[in-house]
Design a binder for this molecule. Structure first.
Ligand code: FE2
Ligand code: FE2
Length: 186
């Protein structure tokens, strides 16, 4: 399905209305990652782009993937997108959260894999460290040492959980940086 620039602008506007600045940055940078990965994985860019823009719109709510998928379905239905297209997008959003190895087969379509991997690759970076600190401010105040270790483990887990080979390769420099960064911490 062809999506116009105006439609993308409208979706961006909707996403921006739902996200605070850090999450918006995550979303927009995840789209840049997804653009490269979608090309490498030969995934449908229209589905990937819309899904990646909307994947975290319910961030902050309990079960944000499920709630966000429903919000996206409603929004896209109101805007009269094709029903099959909507379901593909909704599916990508539904399965974007971190999964353990034995659950990875839940992510079935190429497009969902690209969205899933891209939003992790984006966090395996200097940005990912800031995002983690923003989300765990109180934990750092309670226990610096333990939370620092947890931050490393969380970022490593994201790297481990990337599904596609190409995605793993794209994240490798970021993961090297993360390891170096933590070596510097006392
Ligand atoms: Fe998310
Ligand atoms: Fe995300």
């Amino acid at each position: 399905m062809e999506i116009s620039k105006e439609q993308i602008k409208e979706i961006e506007k909707f996403a921006k209305s739902k996200l605070h600045s850090v999450h918006l940055q995550h979303t927009l940078e995840s789209r840049d990652v997804a653009k490269k990965l979608a090309r490498l994985e030969k995934a449908d860019w229209a589905i990937v782009e819309v899904a990646v823009l909307l994947h975290d719109i319910a961030k902050g709510k309990k079960l944000h993937a499920e709630v966000g998928a429903e919000m996206a379905r409603k929004f896209l239905t109101t805007k009269q997108y094709d029903q099959r297209f909507i379901e593909e997008v909704v599916y990508c959003i539904l399965v974007h959260e971190d999964l353990d190895d034995d659950q990875k087969n839940l992510v079935r379509t190429k497009e969902a894999i690209v969205v899933y991997d891209s939003e992790k690759i984006q966090k395996i970076s200097a940005f990912g460290i800031i995002k983690y600190i923003c989300g765990h401010n109180d934990n750092f105040k309670d226990n610096y040492e333990q939370t620092t270790l947890k931050m490393y483990q969380s970022l490593k887990r994201k790297y481990d959980r990337i599904i596609s080979k190409q995605g793993k390769e794209m994240a490798s420099d970021g993961f090297k940086f993360i390891k170096e960064y933590f070596k510097e911490l006392k």
